[in-house]
Structures are given as C-alpha cells and as structure tokens.
Design a protein around this ligand. Structure first.
Ligand code: 7RM
Length: 653
C-alpha cells in the first residue's frame, strides 16, 4: 500500500467516504444518476436539449451529421457567441451582475458588469470594423490576463472574425509562426504585462514578430504598463484611441452553427504547432453544459478558473462557458507567489470565491510552499474544487481536498484536451463517488473506452489507449489548413469513427478511468510497459518529494533504464541515502521492475508554459543528446542546470 493509499484508507475508516454529502447533493443542479442512462440512450436528444438553453437566431435542422471522421452539429442553426454570452443576459435583466472581478498583479482592481462588458465589446467591435475587419478575417490576440483579453475575444466573436489567441508568455518567434499560419489581418496586443514584478515586453516582442508577418495590416495596443513605444504610422493604433469614440452598440453577426469561432495552436511532440479549429453552436453547447453541470453553477457563485486565457482551459472555462451561464468570475493577472505565496488565497478571500479550478502542477507548488499560506486566509466560501491539465496524483488530490477545500469540497478531476473543446471525463459533484487520482467517468452523452493495440477493450486493471467512440458537440472540426494531418493524427489508428486521444489510461473494476499520461511517455523496461506517471506518482507519494518527472534512457541490458528527476520539499536535501530510499519506495509501491536506475535531484522541472512537465527534454538530457524544440519551454535555465548533473545518475546504478 502506498502512503497516500494509507491516508485515503484512514480517511475512509473515519467515515470520510468521498460520496457527495447529503447537503451538496440536495442543492446540486444534477443529482439524479439516471442522467447517464438517459443521455446514453439518445445522445443527440440529450445534446439538443442542452443546445436549447442557448439563444438561436434561427433553429437548427438535423442535430448531428456524422460522415466519419467529419462531424457537424446543429445543422443550419444560426447564433452568435457574444450575443449568447452578453446581450441575452442584459436583455433578461441581468446586466448589473458582475461578469469579472479582475485584479492586476500590482494590486489594481476592476470589476465589470455584464452591461459594461457588452458595451466595451461593442466599442471594440466597432473599432475593429473601422480597421476593415469583416466576418471570416482572422485576428491574432497577444495579451496578458487583463480585461481587454476577453473583451477582444468577444468582439471577434461578435463580428464573426475567428481569433487566434497567442499566450502572452510566448516569444516573438512563436507569435510570428502562429500569425503567419492563420494569416491574421489584425493583431491586438499591449505595451506590456506584469509578471513577478517584472514587465513582459509584449509590444517589443510583437514588433519583432511583425518583421516577418506580411498579412498584418493593423496593430491595436492596449496601454497597460506605460512608457514610450515606437509606432508604425498607418499600422499602429492605441486601443483607447480606437474605441474612445465608438458607439456602445454593434449588431451581433448571425453565424452558422458550423462557422469558425477560433483557432488555437497546440504543439505536438514533433512538427509545427497544430491550429485547432473550433466552431460555434456545438462548441458553445458543450462548454456551457459541462461548465454548468460539473461546477454546479448557481446564480450566487463566484467562480475562479486560475488558468491563463491563452490556453484552451481559459477559452472554454474562463470566457465562453462561464459567460454563457451568466456566472461571476475572477481573473488575476500575475504570478501566484507575488508578492508572496498566499496571493491566490488572499484573492479567493477578498471576492468570496466559491469554486476554484486549477492544475496539479500548481497544487504541487502549493504543497511545496506549505499549508501555512492558505491557512492565513478565510477560505470557507469555497464549496467545490477542480483540477485539469495532468493526471493528479492521489497525494496532491488529498492535500487539495484537505488544505484548500477544508475537507468539505468535492474535487472534480476533469480530463479533456484542446482538441476536445470541453471536459469529457469527470465526476458530477452531486452524483459521483470520488476516488482521489481518478477522473472517474465519461460525462453523460460521451462514450470512452480503453483499447489495446488491436482495438479490443482492455479488461479492468490493464493499461491501454484512451479512445472516444462517438462525436461530441465541442470537438475540433479540423486542423487549420491541414485536414490530412487531422485524419492521420487522430482518426487512423482504429479507423475513422474512433478518436485516438494520445493518452494512456486504465479502468478499474467500477469502470472508473485512470489517466496515465501521454502515450509517447510510456517506457519499456525489460519488456514491461511502465507509465512514467505511475513511477512519478509513487515518488511523490514519498513524504520528502514535492514533484518528480520520469523518463527512460536507452540501456543495453534492459532496453530502457528509468531515470527520475526529483524536486524535494523545502527543508529536504537530496543525497545518496535519500536516493536509495526513493528507489526502494518505488520498488515497494510498483515493483522492482519500476525501480529507477538513477535519481537526479533538481530545484525545478522543465515545464511548458501551461505547466505540463516536458519529459521530451528530459529524455534528451538523459540520453546526452542535443535538446529538441524549446520554444514552448517556460523555464530554460533549469534544463542547463539539469544537464550539468546528468552524470550523477549513471553513477548511482
Ligand atoms: C485541458 C488541457 C491535453 C492533455 C491531455 C492529457 C492532459 C488534461 C487531464 C490530463 C490526466 C486530467 N488541454 N490532461 N487534463 N491528464 N487527467 N484531468 O489540458 O490540450 O493543453 O492538454 O493534458 O494528457 O491529452 S491540453
């Protein structure tokens, strides 16, 4: 039994079953388990009923046309996403409700009501029209987490101009590639942004990028940090000057259900970033339904998704899902440890957050910093917690549940991808018995399975490939300008009807799903398939360990040898004795076959800018190779540091 299994067992024996509490169940929007059977018996009717909660200018005909691997939802229906997120709430008398409480890193604050947000969106949409933006034109957005970011997205949606948001932490080069692939006509950026007390030079990066972007005709710059910036006559305009005189009304373009809403680039393991294409009717139906049901959204909730809007989590669960549901949200501009490690808890307390949605990598940082930081604040307003982005190891799950949720908030571990558009595997907090570490079951109307190499369902306990067996409304429709890659990457392994997610997974005797990380990360040690995630989880289960990343290095004897990069909790020092203890711990938890050959202690791990561990780079380090593409790496220094240490690993064998 692992340490966290022991903890969970102890909790269970205290009577702490992870069943929804009676109190939670009584107030939950979805509390009847028969929803699963009802949705499974007629998924199209299920989704059509949900789509009916939105406001349509013209009704759809067929709910679904499935010509594998191509799908269309709500055929012929007309609607506008911005109208659904803003106008209809204002028209229904909900204009005075706060849409976003925003807090800048330096401590400045702004709250925007639905009416104010609508007016700001209309002004910018009119300003963009004056720059020549029309339905179908692509608009690139390169901003930090300021209110103008959702405003810009919604203004695009209002005009029917697909946006391509490029995360503000990306370099000039990454921005240039994305602008050029989308052939964007306008770029919306800011002079700068704040991160850890420093200024992120957004406009400077943008100017550098734009030296190689022939499609860009205009650049709109929000003034955030101040200072002088070179302006290109005829091309550049300040945001305030553009919107200043514009009327606060602008008709919302009626869009076909299948018209493009946005492109969002996601980097695969190899090759250039893929432009993931999302459309209108199905996407908004999927986002709003899952947001409402999984986060159990009530009128008085204060909901905080602490992701960056530059990732799909922010698109679907800060902007589109929550606004479609008339929710009050929180947006914070900066770093979680600025000026101190209790920043998030001070914000949660100030606005009375009731729901918090964040990533395991953040949770493991909170664990490393210590529970004294959340303890400084009153977090009793919280009633529900969510996790997304990576598998959450049981240790982190229990810590989150205990120290952030005060042992009263269900934790929903939500599995999905940029490609899927919205959450697909998740608990429903008023229905599902939780198991720490498991994303539990497919959302109603979703059919998932774990396949072996031959496409046979894997029996309980065995690992395999996660697949989705029928369409869902928010799924991406293609890769921008590359339909062959869409078919090849996602719909070729098991045929055109089966979506290959690229994640490993297993199911348990209750049918629950346990995600095992990306398929590319699976190791083969002496003929045994071992998931990097399982070894990492075993390491993090040890009380000394804060975070771990595991990769395989080629080895003459066993094929692949396991190398573990380990970050210890503060106050711990890594030496040979501790390394030995950790190796034995893994052997005890998983088996001798999974015992790491080498352990490397490091202050941090290489992460993507959205916080996922980049095992690919660690594999390069472990193999002593040149590093592959590092453009999406957030913390370059650490790779150099780890590289200097890599010889220590072999000496431990
Ligand atoms: C939402 C998002 C997608 C990949 C996906 C998984 C991993 C995300 C979970 C998870 C285990 C989860 N989109 N992933 N959520 N793994 N449990 N709850 O992260 O496109 O950036 O990444 O993230 O590997 O394929 S994403």
């Amino acid at each position: 039994m692992t340490d966290s299994e022991a903890t969970i067992d102890a909790l269970l024996s205290e009577g702490r079953v992870f069943e929804p509490s009676e109190a939670f169940r009584r107030q939950a929007l979805w509390s009847d388990p028969s929803i699963y059977e009802r949705a499974a018996s007629d998924p199209e009717a299920f989704w059509a009923r949900e789509a009916g909660r939105l406001s349509w200018f013209e009704p759809w005909g067929d709910v679904l046309r499935w010509d594998p691997p191509w799908v269309k939802w709500f055929l012929g229906g007309k609607l506008n996403v911005a109208h659904n997120c803003l106008d209809r709430h204002v028209e229904a008398g909900g204009g005075d409700k706060v849409a976003f409480h925003w807090e800048g890193e330096p401590g400045d604050r702004r709250s925007l009501t639905y009416r104010e947000l609508l007016e700001e969106v209309c002004r910018l949409a009119n300003g963009m029209k004056s720059l020549g933006v029309r339905k179908g034109d692509r608009v690139a957005i390169y901003l930090g987490m300021i209110p103008e970011l959702p405003v810009a997205m919604l203004a695009c949606a209002r005009l029917g101009a697909p946006h391509s948001v490029v995360f503000g932490g990306f370099s000039a080069e990454a921005l240039r590639d994305r602008i050029n692939d989308a052939e964007a006509k306008v770029l919306i950026t800011a002079d700068g942004g704040y991160r850890r007390g420093q200024e992120v030079p957004l406009k400077r990066n943008a100017d550098e990028a734009l030296r190689g972007c022939p499609s860009i005709e205009h650049v709109v710059t929000v003034r955030r940090t101040g200072g002088d910036h070179p302006f290109v006559e005829g091309r550049d305009v300040w945001y305030a000057d553009l919107v200043g005189d514009q009327p606060a009304e602008c008709p919302a373009e009626p869009m076909d259900s299948e018209d493009m809403l946005y492109i969002l680039y996601t980097s695969g393991t190899t090759g250039k970033p893929k432009g993931i294409v999302h459309t209108t009717g199905g996407y908004l139906t999927g986002c709003s339904t899952t947001h409402r049901a999984i986060f159990d959204i009530h009128d008085d909730d204060v909901y905080w998704c602490a992701a960056d809007i530059g990732w799909v989590t922010g698109h679907s669960y800060i902007v589109y899902g929550p606004l479609a549901n008339h929710t009050t949200g929180i947006i914070y501009e900066g770093a979680p440890d600025w000026p101190d490690k209790d920043r998030l808890w001070s914000i949660a307390e100030r606005y009375g957050a009731t729901i918090l949605y964040t990533a395991p990598t953040a949770i493991r940082s909170f664990m490393r910093w210590g529970e004294e930081y959340p303890q400084k604040h009153d977090l009793s307003s919280l009633r529900l917690l969510g996790s997304v982005g990576e598998p959450i190891n049981p240790e982190a799950w229990v810590w989150y549940w205990k120290h952030i949720g005060g042992e009263r908030c269900p934790v929903v571990d939500t599995w999905w991808q940029t490609e899927t558009g919205h959450i697909l595997i998740t608990p429903l907090p008023g229905i599902t018995r939780l198991k720490p570490g498991s994303a539990t079951r497919p959302f109603p109307g979703i059919e998932a399975e774990v396949y072996d190499e031959q496409g046979r369902p894997v029996p309980p306990g065995g690992g395999g490939y996660l697949v989705l067996k029928r369409p869902w409304p928010g799924q991406f429709r293609t890769i921008y300008k590359d339909p062959e890659r869409y078919v090849e990457t996602y719909f070729s392994r098991y045929g055109k009807e089966t979506y290959l997610a690229g994640d490993g997974a297993k199911r348990d005797e209750d049918g629950y799903f346990w995600l095992l990380g990306r398929i590319d990360d699976v190791m083969n040690v002496a003929g045994h398939r071992i998931s990097t995630y399982e070894v990492e989880s075993a390491l993090v289960d040890n009380e000394r360990v804060a975070e771990a990343a595991v990769v395989a290095r080629s080895d003459e004897r066993v094929g692949q040898a396991i190398v573990a990069f380990v970050t210890l909790k503060s106050g711990q020092t890594g030496d040979r004795v501790v390394a030995g203890e950790l190796r034995e711990h893994v052997a005890k938890v998983i088996g001798k076959i999974a015992r790491p050959h080498g352990i490397i202690f490091t202050d941090d791990l290489p992460k993507t800018r959205s916080g996922k561990i980049m095992r690919r780079l660690l594999r390069d380090v472990a193999e002593g190779r040149a590093l592959g593409d590092v453009t999406t790496l957030a913390n370059e220094e650490i790779v150099e540091q780890i590289r200097g240490m890599s010889t220590e690993a072999s000496s431990q064998e």
